[in-house]
Design a protein. Structure first.
Length: 302
């Protein structure tokens, strides 16, 4: 069963910005799905359309089989959303915030109270439980929103940059909560700029660029989109870039040169060449970040 499906989804904002250009995407039920893309790529637009907060210009979308335009009400009963720009209500405490939100969604007070205590503990918010949201730091406010959405136990969670602004330990607590939700059958659709996050917690990943879908699939499937397995990084002021193309695909990124290589033979040769030129070089296997930079960035930086 597909949890989220879009077919040729187009969004043109007033003023003519084409934020989505015929995006066809499909997300299986029960998985963690990460949508990646540069600032302005169209992630929030896509998420908001599928979460029935925004209408598409054309194309179709289905969430749990319901049409995003004609059956928005049915979808809203089954989803929870963390918007990108959003803050908790300042006049409520953390616990009240989560509890009242659950009660507004129809949960009895007892259950709402138990669930909010549980998520507050899971996200390491216990010491702030009775603190007014207005007194919280930015990251903690973000965590309150994460707590609210995750406590709903909704069938699908749309999380727009859920961990932006969170410290490394907090991010890991959020990852745990997300992965537990997925193990219990919920579908999590999230956007993120953290490649390590996408790599660690998602079952599938999509990359969007200027409103167009560049790639979608498991990490292994995405890695197969490029013949390259290894990369080398070299400071750009220490070598002539033309000398490097025989070793692989060369990309200049700021003051670094990156060489993507398909096999170890090429990396050995590049290694020997750099030693002979007394040039510092570091080698590493291709990560999601490399793939992202290669797919999205090469047209803009090369
Ligand atoms: N309300 C709006 N009116 C007009 N243009 C908009 C509106 N919202 C977004 N856009 C434009 O649509 C494009 C996609 O924006 P969107 O917010 O979906 O990107 P994003 O991938 O979420 O970026 P970020 O990583 O910065 O959050 C951008 O060019 C943006 O300027
Ligand atoms: Mg966004």
């Amino acid at each position: 069963m597909e949890a989220v499906v879009s077919e040729d989804l187009v969004k043109i904002y007033e003023g003519g910005v084409k934020a989505l250009d015929s995006v066809s995407l499909s997300v299986k039920s029960g998985i963690v799905f990460s949508l990646l893309g540069r600032n302005g790529a169209g992630k929030t637009t896509f998420l908001r359309i599928m979460a029935t907060q925004l209408l598409p210009t054309s194309g179709r979308g289905y969430v749990l089989g319901h049409d995003i335009v004609s059956e928005a009400g049915k979808i809203r009963e089954k989803i929870a959303v963390i918007p990108q720009e959003s803050r908790p209500m300042y006049i409520l405490t953390v616990k009240e915030h989560v509890k009242y939100f659950l009660m507004m969604r129809g949960l009895p007070m007892n259950e709402a109270s138990q669930r909010s205590s549980r998520i507050i503990r899971d996200l390491g918010l216990e010491e702030y439980s009775n603190m007014l949201c207005m007194k919280l730091s930015g990251g903690l406010r973000r965590k309150v929103l994460v707590a609210m959405a995750m406590a709903t136990e909704a069938e699908i969670l749309f999380l727009d940059e859920p961990t932006t602004g969170l410290d490394p330990l907090s991010r890991r607590l959020v990852w745990d909560v997300i992965q537990r939700a997925s193990m219990s059958g919920q579908t999590i659709f999230l956007t993120t700029h953290y490649m390590d996050e996408a790599e660690k917690i998602s079952n599938e990943i999509a990359i969007i660029h200027s409103g167009r879908l560049l790639a979608s699939g498991t990490l292994e499937e995405l890695k197969k989109l490029t013949p390259y397995k290894l990369k080398a990084e070299i400071p750009s002021d220490s070598i002539r870039i033309e000398e490097l193309s025989e070793y692989g695909r060369v990309l200049k990124l700021g003051r670094r040169i990156i060489v993507y290589m398909a096999d170890e033979e090429s990396s050995r040769k590049l290694h020997d060449y750099c030693i002979s030129m007394r040039t510092p070089v570091t080698f590493s296997p291709l990560s999601l970040e490399d793939l992202f930079i290669k797919l999205v960035g090469e047209n803009e930086y090369s």
